[in-house]
Design a protein around this ligand. Structure first.
Ligand code: PHE
Length: 377
């Protein structure tokens, strides 16, 4: 250990100092020691240590000088010691403060460099995604009907049997209820009415006419549910667009013309349409609309020479059900069946999408495999 380091713990007498002119060199030595130490105090922990070592109230170097040199000094030395000590204290305090300021601004600077935003870095490009194909087809269908004066309305997926069946002229025990294997909702005993997942969008015919006097021209896109086992053409949830037009002078020609216009807009002007008699309790007459097979152009023959697998050689593909609104339905909504007439149709969106885009499995719409979805950006 440097013997001079110990000087402050001894009295001047013990150090053999008796003359005032020896004092300044003694203090110069201490000051040099401080200067060497403060240079090494370049961060906060070291700065703290240095501060305590020098300015500590009880055993800091300056406190020791006061106790060991100043207090017991002889009257001849006291003045000189007091003056030098004051000078040293001023020096130590100002250097320690200087050092604190330097450390603080240094850490601010390094925090600034750490947090600086580098505007020249390339950004993170996130894929934007796209509408599901079913949503795109909904949009196409809506655009076509809106362009000829229909408006778009939506309705509840949870329905009462009244709207799903009765008001559509399907009384309890009517056999068509069997064709629409229905999901009923478990309700507490005593619930005012049973509830079900709508099996078609037709309940919105009733809800619309209840709210609105003729003329009515609406389409209703939405999800519907039936207790089907999933396979390539069946799903327990699927999508429909309902259409309803009611006015005082709507004819069967308006009906077929509208449907034909839609089909040509949707599939292209080359397709042909036909309708066959069918049955729905809420339309009379009822029809089933077919389009000429989009895959074989209506010939029934595949390009390979065999029978077209899509239309099974028929040249026609069944598209959707429709008809003129049955007058019995008007009775449920307080329309005067003698004054108004109209038509209604219900199309399966999944089926339309499968036909238009050549998709042979309805399940791909629900699996949401991005390899499928990316094909329809
Ligand atoms: N709602 C019928 C169904 O889902 C389709 C339909 C709608 C038929 C409107 C005629 C009129 O099968």
């Amino acid at each position: 250990m440097n013997p001079s380091e110990n000087t402050v713990s001894q009295t001047l007498a013990a150090l053999g100092i008796a003359q005032p002119d020896e004092i300044s060199s003694l203090f110069a030595e201490v000051r040099a020691r401080f200067d060497a130490e403060i240079i090494r105090a370049h961060d906060e922990p070291n700065w703290n240590i240095t501060k305590v070592v020098w300015l500590g109230r009880k055993s800091g170097v300056l406190a020791q000088i006061t106790d060991n040199w100043l207090k017991p000094a002889t009257p001849e030395l006291k003045r000189a010691v007091g003056a030098s000590l004051n000078e040293l204290r001023a020096h130590v305090e100002s250097k320690i403060e200087e050092c604190r300021v330097a450390i603080e601004s240094g850490s601010e600077e390094s925090a600034l460099t750490r947090e600086r935003v580098d505007l020249s870095l390339p950004g993170v490009v996130r894929p934007i995604g796209s509408h599901h194909l079913i949503r795109q087809v909904f949009q196409d269908v809506e655009d076509i009907f809106v362009s000829i004066g229909f408006s778009v309305v939506e309705g509840p997926e949870i329905e009462t049997p009244y709207y799903n069946f009765e008001a559509l002229n399907i009384p309890e025990f009517h056999p068509v209820r069997d064709d629409m294997d229905t999901f009923y909702i478990d309700l507490a005993k005593g619930a005012p009415t049973p509830l079900l997942l709508r099996t078609h969008t037709s309940p919105m015919q009733i809800r619309t006419m209840e709210k609105q006097k003729p003329p009515v021209r609406v389409i209703v896109p939405g999800k519907v549910y039936r207790r089907d086992n999933p396979d390539a053409t069946h799903s327990f949830a699927f999508h429909q667009v309902e259409g309803l037009a009611v006015d005082t002078d709507i004819t069967f020609c308006d009906f077929t013309g509208t449907i034909e216009y839609f089909v040509k807009q949707f599939f292209g002007s080359g397709v042909k349409t036909r309708f066959r008699p069918s049955y729905f309790p809420f339309t009379e007459p009822s029809v089933e609309f077919d389009v000429s097979c989009i895959f074989c152009g209506g010939s029934g023959m595949a390009a390979s020479g065999g029978i077209c697998g899509k239309c099974k050689g028929a040249g026609w593909i069944e598209l959707f059900g429709a008809g003129m609104v049955d007058p019995a339905v008007y009775g449920f909504v307080n329309y005067d069946a003698k004054k108004v007439n109209g038509f209604a149709f219900g199309m399966g969106m999944d089926r339309l999408a499968m036909l238009k885009y050549g998709i042979d499995d309805i399940q791909v719409f629900f699996q949401n495999d991005v390899r499928f979805l990316r094909q329809f950006p």
